[in-house]
Ligand binder design. Structure first.
Ligand code: DGL
Length: 270
């Protein structure tokens, strides 16, 4: 039993899709979230910059005495696969649990992967899927405009601009006849209604935030790190820059008002 918080980080608010699932499946845990809102997006940056940012994000969490670090960011997970190896606490990212869920799900062996430019350029999802099952066909597409659309609040299913962008990005993947689509960036589940309407109801969407949260529960269980079953959940949110968007979208996504619960920190100190 361990009452220290679970540490979760992302470049912005996408990692909250993992927090949302943690709230549901681990209702007795404390969660400490860091969103690097001052430096988002990571997905259009080079590998070294992404590594440096991720290392700072993890140092912030570890210095706040978390029991595990969850990289709820597809970009960090894909471009800095080894980054958690030297940490003093267990580390997990979104890549493996998400790829496993997609491989379990597909019936026709055709999986689509969408993510940031850095995630798709890394080829990490393709490699992970083919390691699990070399017979699967993988079709990838970078969707760099999705993150700014989400961070700026264009998330409602009736947002015309988001729908047009989605149609443009997703058409080639849809034409390949995939039956499973990995939302390889944790921001994307926030616009899953739009993605679903473009892809059609027969395509299963795999939410990387959700799968990472499920992976985190397994890991805590296996290592005897769960909190007491009668403990009260607690959530603390930190950002590197204040923006009203974070509070608004976070409130919408998590179904609660985060007023007064979001604190700004200087990530460059870590
Ligand atoms: N949520 C991140 C990811 O999963 C963010 C993308 C970004 O910062 O570009 O890739």
């Amino acid at each position: 039993m361990d009452n220290r918080p679970i540490g979760v980080f992302d470049s912005g608010l996408g990692g909250l899709t993992a927090v949302k699932e943690l709230m549901r499946i681990l209702p007795h845990e404390r969660v400490l979230y860091f969103g690097d809102t001052g430096r988002v997006p990571y997905g259009s940056r080079g590998r070294e910059t992404i590594r440096r940012y991720a290392a700072q994000d993890m140092r912030f969490l570890v210095q706040h005495d978390v029991k595990v670090v969850l990289a709820a960011c597809g970009t960090v997970s894909s471009t800095a696969r080894d980054i958690g190896e030297s940490l003093a606490v267990p580390y997990l990212d979104v890549l493996r649990p998400t790829a496993q869920a997609a491989v379990r799900q597909t019936k026709n062996g055709r999986i689509g992967v969408i993510g940031t430019a850095a995630t798709i350029a890394s080829g990490s999802y393709r490699r992970e899927i083919l390691t699990l099952n070399p017979a699967i066909q993988v079709f990838e597409q970078a969707c760099p405009l999705f993150v700014p659309l989400v961070e700026n609040g264009f998330v409602a299913p009736q947002e015309e601009i988001t729908r047009l962008v989605a149609q443009r990005y997703l058409a080639p993947i849809r034409e390949r006849g995939v039956d499973t689509l990995i939302l390889g960036c944790t921001h994307y589940p926030i616009i899953s209604a739009t993605i679903r309407s473009v892809m059609g109801r027969n395509v299963t969407l795999i939410d990387s935030g959700r799968e990472a949260a499920i992976g985190c529960r397994e890991m805590l269980r296996a290592n005897g790190l769960l909190n007491a079953a009668d403990a009260t959940a607690e959530y603390h949110y930190y950002v590197s820059d204040f923006d009203e968007g974070f509070r608004q979208i976070a409130g919408l996504l998590l179904g609660q008002n985060l007023n007064g619960q979001v604190e700004r920190i200087d990530i460059e100190k870590y």
